[in-house]
Write a protein that binds this ligand. Structure first.
Ligand SMILES: Cc1ncc(COP(=O)(O)O)c(C=O)c1O
Length: 391
């Protein structure tokens, strides 16, 4: 068979399955690797399933954009939780998770060779989606606390730039961007005639009284802001594949073309479940996030013992810490040794575009307090043993 090359050769392979395989071959490993929550959907979501099954019509294709009752529930949620109102210039599209929302957005607003500004550390699936669309990711480094640098973003814009991407609260750093910085990004986008894609998958996951801000709520932002949301984290919905996007009205036709071709419609059974989840609303997530907050504090207290070996920027969101380890070891090698020698898994920072220096992402959303305590203890002892012996 002839060897064809394809655009996919330029796309990085995610490390998560490789780390997953290492975890499987080293039984007893505690995973601080995957970005998932410890809980599943609310019972009210599951209670919707008989209703789905009772109507034989539900086995047929449904609207590309999402079923009307879910669109209405999302509209109410956006108004109440995000301050975003439908105003004739914007609209909602239900997607099969917010990764799909990102892909839809990139395909809808770019041509091959266009540039997309993402911040480092980046979310690897964003970088991959940009490469899949044959566009060029332009990397702009965040500051020492992983906050946005609007001046550097503005300087990175060229004739080919179509969009600036932000993620707040952030994966992999946990940084939550303040209103002023997000307004600056929106202003830059308006002045330069480009879009702002705002990924808000972790919208409810903030700590220490810090507030999540939706740039789609700023006045006159509907024309240029694409806001992405997900039920995966907030409602323990990762495998149900439901997210949604708020897009400028003029993008509805291209986004529907893409979604119709790739998905036809988001899974209808999952949309029924999503309706149940949204009707329970933010209270469900807040209760769970209180538990995650105490796990976070426990992890932070233990990580203090590593002060000499690594720095942890103070961030207030998502369920991640990004450790900068003071070592010459490569992040992937260190992550492999932590699994093999100390039975604890974290993600190497190279996955998130951190090539310069050794970074590790610690995820604490998936575990109960006792397991996290043990996992962090192994991480602390492991780093002390490995990094100290390499000094
Ligand atoms: C920033 C960010 N966006 C999107 C996603 C994917 O969300 P979904 O499951 O809705 O596709 C993740 C998952 O980890 C994420 O971290």
């Amino acid at each position: 068979m002839q060897n064809f090359t394809s655009r996919m050769q330029a796309v990085q392979s995610p490390l998560i399955p490789i780390i997953g395989e290492l975890i499987r071959t080293n039984p007893g490993t505690i995973s601080l690797g995957q970005g998932v929550v410890y809980y599943g959907p609310p019972p009210d979501a599951i209670a919707r399933l008989p209703e789905f099954l009772a109507d034989p019509e539900n086995h047929k294709y449904k609207p590309v954009q999402g079923i009307p009752p879910l669109l209405s529930a999302i509209e109410a949620k956006l108004k109440a939780d995000n301050g975003i109102e439908l105003n004739g210039q914007n609209c909602i599209v239900v997607t099969a998770g917010s990764n799909m929302g990102f892909m839809n957005a990139v395909l809808a607003i770019t041509s091959p060779g266009d540039e997309i500004i993402i911040q480092t550390p980046y979310y690897f699936n964003h970088e991959m989606a940009i490469a899949i669309a044959s566009c060029r990711p332009v990397l702009v480094a965040t500051d020492e606390n992983y906050q946005l640098r609007p001046d550097a973003i503005a300087q990175a814009i060229t004739e080919r730039t179509r969009v600036i991407v932000t993620i707040s609260p952030n994966n992999p750093t946990g940084a939550v961007y303040p209103e002023a910085a997000l307004r600056e990004v929106n202003d830059i986008c308006r002045d330069r005639g480009i879009y702002h894609i705002s990924d808000e998958a972790y919208e409810y996951f903030t700590y220490n009284g810090v507030k999540h801000i939706s740039p789609g709520a700023f006045p006159q932002s509907s024309e240029r802001t694409i806001s992405l949301y997900s039920l995966s984290k907030a409602y323990g919905f990762a495998s149900w594949r439901i997210g949604y996007m708020v897009i400028p009205e003029h993008l509805l036709v291209p986004v529907k073309k893409i979604q119709d071709t790739i998905l036809i419609c988001p899974p209808v059974i999952s949309q029924y479940a999503a309706l149940g989840a949204l009707q329970v609303g933010i209270g469900y997530c807040q209760e769970k996030i209180c538990a995650i907050a105490s796990v976070r504090q426990l992890a932070l207290d233990s990580l203090k013992r590593l002060e000499d070996l690594c720095s942890i920027a103070p961030t207030d969101g998502a369920f991640y810490f990004l450790l900068k380890v003071h070592t010459k070891l490569g992040a992937f090698e260190l992550a492999q040794r932590l699994i093999r020698e100390h039975r604890v898994a974290v993600m190497p920072g190279t996955t998130f575009g951190m090539e310069d220096g050794c970074y590790l992402r610690v995820a604490y959303g998936a575990l109960q307090k006792e397991t996290v305590a043990e996992g962090i203890e192994r991480l602390v002892r492991g780093l002390q043993a490995i990094v100290d012996s390499n000094h």
